[in-house]
Ligand binder design. Structure first.
Ligand code: HEC
Length: 169
């Protein structure tokens, strides 16, 4: 299992959302050009995919539309800058984050997109690490992709080591 395959598994799995109801692919789906085809995305509490997706009782309003992630590996590459460091690659409509590793944590922590109400912003990453750490299929894939031992599983490449979740669950 290489990094690409590991990422492919992760983006489909709602286990990465606080209430296990949203996956990255909910808003970045291959059927909708790795976006969602909506004017405004719908995250937690919603149902359905793409333009047919509908808000639910727990849905909180989002303010932007999802963009395709098909070409995200080339972010920052323009004619006048023939090379860009992956660590400096701009992310989001307003380029407010740099690098895929940094970006990937944001939807996990965002209340409207994936976190929901059950876990706080401080609790969610340790909670996700705890969830993945007990699943052999993830432990094995992380070990193969990153050459890691049981030292820890990164939620993104830069996440912290597993620790107990203050929120329980
Ligand atoms: C509820 C919908 C939703 C979910 C779920 C979601 N995203 Fe997004 N994504 C968006 C929106 C909306 C933006 C643009 C946000 C902005 O510019 O402020 C975005 C932007 C991005 C970008 C930036 C692309 C670029 O070219 O700058 C990447 C990469 C990305 N998402 C990856 C992910 C990953 C990985 C996950 C899962 C961990 C995920 N997204 C989950 C809606 C979502």
């Amino acid at each position: 299992m290489n990094n690409v395959n590991l990422a492919a598994v992760g983006v489909w799995d709602p286990i990465l959302s606080g209430d296990r109801d949203v996956a990255c692919a909910t808003c970045h789906h291959p059927s909708h050009a790795y976006a969602d085809g909506r004017a405004i995305s719908i995250g937690v509490g919603g149902s359905g995919l793409g333009p047919a997706r509908r808000s639910g009782a727990l849905t909180r309003p989002m303010h932007r539309n999802s963009m395709t992630i098909l070409d995200v590996a080339w972010n920052g590459l323009i004619a006048t800058t023939p090379s860009v460091s992956p660590e400096a690659a701009p992310m989001f409509w307003d380029s407010r984050e740099r690098s895929l590793e940094t970006q990937a944590l944001k939807p996990l922590q965002n209340q409207e997109e994936m976190r929901g109400d059950t876990f706080s912003e401080e609790q969610i990453l340790p909670e996700l690490v705890r969830r993945l750490s007990v699943l052999p299929q993830y432990v094995d894939r992380f070990a193969t992709a990153f050459g890691m031992s049981d030292e820890g599983l990164p939620v993104s490449h830069s996440a912290s080591k597993p620790q107990s979740s203050p929120g329980g669950a």
